[in-house]
Ligand binder design. Structure first.
Ligand SMILES: Nc1ncnc2c1ncn2[C@@H]1O[C@H](COP(=O)(O)OP(=O)(O)OP(=O)(O)O)[C@@H](O)[C@H]1O
Ligand SMILES: [Mg+2]
Length: 519
């Protein structure tokens, strides 16, 4: 004889219905009792008690529908009067419980057994102490299950396998990312570098209790290739050949300055001499190091007129037409100008290698690169690239676990399929191989397609909220398993509500989380 109402006496559990015919190990149809019709909601946590087999399952309510046989369109009498409809009705409600697993000895196990029709279905409310039944895994505390209030924590081991945070604007992505960073700092030994695209979300030190190294992106010394790209873009040069002239001029300018420095001279080496050395035996790594050294101390000077001279020298050397020389001169004045050299290029004394050294040595556990003050859009991508590449190279060199987490918010600017080079290339590489070295990524963006497929394909944990459009939902479905039931729930999500899916989710099935308070 089965004992009656075995779980029903527990505080905070509400008996809402029974398992009906057609039950499967993963999806269980439920008939909701009449008094619970207005209580049961999709995404509630449910317990299924199979009293016959003495088994207990945990699951999530999905696909609930209310029906009414009496006022079913096909069975309505022709003289049906809507004002008196209440007297006709015979409501009923069905739903599914998507089974997460079987609860056995306080832990959650994959089940192949099928909950029996007739089994009881309970909803877990806020008053229920789930610890009575289940040891909820601890980890990075990001929030609580929306209806049951159960604490949801991300498995920290999943950080090496990368995390994406996706949702329409204002859904609370940046706050969630901040929660993840706070938790990683407090509960793991990861060192974190955050790229703050807007400067609004992470770059205020008071939001971190002061314990943070904020790097002003507009003070980061740019490598010659970056300067060449920014200059050529500004001048509107499209042809490879013309862009090469700029490349040469920038390299030559830096060679002249560093050669002068190495010879102990204050004036620049001549262009002729520098060019000869460039072609013959100049140690380019040494040149870049010299350039960084001068930049670090603030003694590298970009001078507009000097640069124009070097540029013209290069054009002459490459047998450019006179008209090209004039065109370059004009474009330099009109589209670039003195201020670009004196204000934009000068005063860049932050050396990426120095910052990365402080990160990897553990000297600064949280580094924020504020990219909002970097005015050149192209340069932002290069700065992200420079940092990530430097970390990557150092990690490969040491061949040990790096324990680094790189956070890219507004990732559509840096990790997209087209137009995000060179940052997207290094991000794809880290996504693919970073886990070997304990180098994890957290990428936040508004749309799924903002992340290049080769990046997306290697992200194993995803938080997603309301999406921008139906095509985003299709992309999500293609990417993440087990989303067949959420089509009608997703558009209803409020701010701060995210589904957690993938490796970091200790419950294996997407779970609706309300993110904890993040200031
Ligand atoms: N966990 C939270 N704790 C407290 N407030 C929150 C939380 N999540 C969101 N908010 C509120 O919602 C606002 C928007 O959140 P947030 O800036 O994180 O959204 P977003 O998705 O990053 O938006 P955008 O796409 O525009 O960058 C915040 O300014 C804050 O007021
Ligand atoms: Mg944001």
């Amino acid at each position: 004889m089965v004992s009656q109402n075995t779980l029903g006496h527990l505080r905070g559990l509400r008996l809402v219905g029974v398992v009906t015919s057609g039950s499967r190990a993963s999806v269980v149809p439920v008939r909701v009792s009449r008094d619970s019709i207005d209580f049961v909601r999709d995404e509630m946590l449910a317990l299924i008690e199979d009293v016959e087999e003495n088994k207990l399952y945990l699951g999530v309510v999905k696909g609930s529908v209310k029906r009414d046989i009496a006022i079913d369109g096909s069975s309505l009498p022709t003289n049906f009067d809507p004002e008196r409809s209440l007297s006709y009705t015979a409501p009923l409600m069905t739903c599914y419980v998507e089974v997460i697993g079987e609860i056995a000895d306080g832990s959650l196990e994959l089940n192949f057994s099928i909950p029996r029709p007739g089994g009881r279905v309970y909803i877990i409310t806020q008053d229920f102490d789930i610890a009575m039944l289940l040891k909820v895994p601890e980890g990075l505390h990001v929030g609580f299950h929306k209806f049951s209030g159960m604490r949801v924590s991300l498995d920290p081991r999943s950080l090496d396998y990368h995390v994406a945070v996706l949702g329409a604007t204002g859904t609370g992505k940046s706050r969630l990312v901040k929660a993840l960073v706070e938790e990683a700092l407090a509960r793991t030994d990861y060192k974190v570098i955050v790229f703050d695209h807007t400067g609004l979300d992470y770059s205020d030190p008071s939001r971190w209790g002061g314990n943070v190294n904020i790097v002003d992106g507009s003070r980061v010394a740019l490598t010659p290739d970056v300067i060449a790209v920014v200059l050529a873009d500004r001048m509107g040069l499209a042809s490879e050949q013309q862009r090469d002239y700029i490349f040469l001029a920038v390299t030559l300018y830096i060679a002249r300055s560093t050669l002068a420095g190495s010879m102990g001279r204050s004036s620049l080496a001549s262009s002729e001499y520098a060019f000869k050395r460039l072609l013959e035996n100049l140690d380019l790594e040494g040149m870049i190091e010299g350039y960084f050294k001068l930049s670090r101390s603030g003694s590298f000077k970009w001078d507009f007129n000097e640069f124009l001279e070097v540029l013209d020298y290069c054009l002459t050397l490459m047998n450019a037409w006179s008209s090209t020389r004039v065109k370059f001169k004009l474009l330099s004045h009109v589209r670039v100008g003195r201020r670009f050299f004196e204000n934009y290029l000068n005063g860049r004394s932050v050396i990426v290698g120095d910052v990365v050294e402080d990160i990897l040595s553990g000297k600064s556990r949280l580094t924020i690169v504020d990219l909002s003050r970097e005015v050149e859009y192209e340069a932002k991508k290069f700065i992200v690239y420079q940092f990530l590449k430097e970390v990557w190279d150092k990690v490969l060199e040491s061949r040990g676990r790096a324990g680094v987490l790189a956070v890219v918010d507004e990732a559509h600017n840096y990790a997209c399929a087209r137009g995000c080079e060179p940052s997207s290339g290094i991000i794809a590489r880290i996504a693919r191989e970073g886990r070997k070295w304990g180098f994890g990524l957290i990428l936040a963006s508004q749309r799924v397609i903002d992340l290049a497929p080769e990046v997306r394909g290697n992200i194993n944990t995803v938080f997603f909220s309301r999406v921008q459009s139906a095509s985003d939902y299709d992309e999500l479905k293609r990417w993440i398993e087990g989303l067949q039931f959420i089509e009608y729930t997703l558009p209803l999500l409020a701010r701060r509500e995210f589904y957690l899916a993938g490796l970091g989710n200790p419950f294996r099935k997407p779970l609706l989380v309300r993110v904890r308070d993040v200031s």
